[in-house]
Ligand binder design. Structure first.
Ligand code: HEM
Length: 192
């Protein structure tokens, strides 16, 4: 999911804004060929990302339901101002928000018009007129920009912003000290 997202975000932003910064550097001819490669990477990676969203949803939806500690986490903004860790379950409220709004909602709002732009909408007959493509393009790129902006914060916390979290992502495991520090309610539950 992370690799397909990065490929889509980079190629998508190049399709949208590349003419302002990459074209003057490369020249029109080279940029044309380069963008053609970007566009093809984007068009084929899109459906892969949508499948990742569906798989992720099935794997993790039950762990993102509202639970103990969510309200406290929300009221204290995850401890960002106090500098103290707020006890959280397997996912904290911030992660749950990112799951439901960022991945599920924005993922669908990006994917549905993405399939229209790819002209491969399954189970439906669509007339791919200029108007339909324009509306799909506007919905797709607006939601994509919002998701990419939010993802920067998410990627920062998941990599250099929080020690140990990238190892959890790479291996699927975290050590007990990390679990106690960041997800104390989950740690206590496992300990019982
Ligand atoms: C989070 C992931 C994604 C981001 C950040 C993203 C971003 C973008 C952006 C900025 C554009 C350019 C819009 C324009 O030309 O004004 C674009 C175009 C497009 N996107 Fe995405 N997109 C994502 C996911 C997807 C998915 C899931 C699909 C397909 C299922 C898809 C299919 C397309 C297609 C077909 C185009 C048109 C490319 C062309 O000009 O031929 N995208 N995307």
């Amino acid at each position: 999911m992370a690799f397909s997202f990065l490929a889509l975000a980079i190629t998508g932003l190049l399709i949208l804004y590349g003419k302002y910064f990459a074209m003057p550097l490369m020249g029109g001819m080279a940029y044309g060929s380069f963008l053609n490669v970007c566009k093809n990477i984007h068009n084929f990676t899109g459906p892969v990302f949508t499948i990742c969203i569906l798989v992720f949803f099935l794997l993790f939806a039950h762990k993102n339901l509202p639970g103990k500690g969510d309200l406290e986490w929300l009221m204290s903004f995850g401890g960002i101002f106090s500098g103290k860790h707020v006890p959280a379950g397997f996912f904290n409220m911030g992660e749950k928000f990112w799951f439901w709004f960022g991945m599920t909602f924005l993922g669908l709002v990006i994917s549905a018009p993405g399939f229209v732009l790819d002209m491969i909408v399954p189970f439906m007959t669509i007339e791919y007129t200029r108007g339909t493509m324009q509306i799909a393009n506007i919905i797709h790129s607006s939601a994509a920009i919002l998701m990419s902006a939010m993802a920067m914060g998410h990627i920062y916390i998941g990599t250099i912003g929080m020690q140990g979290s990238i190892d959890g992502m790479k291996t699927g495991y975290v050590d007990a000290t990390w679990a106690k520090e960041h997800h104390e309610l989950w740690y206590d539950k496992l300990n019982k």
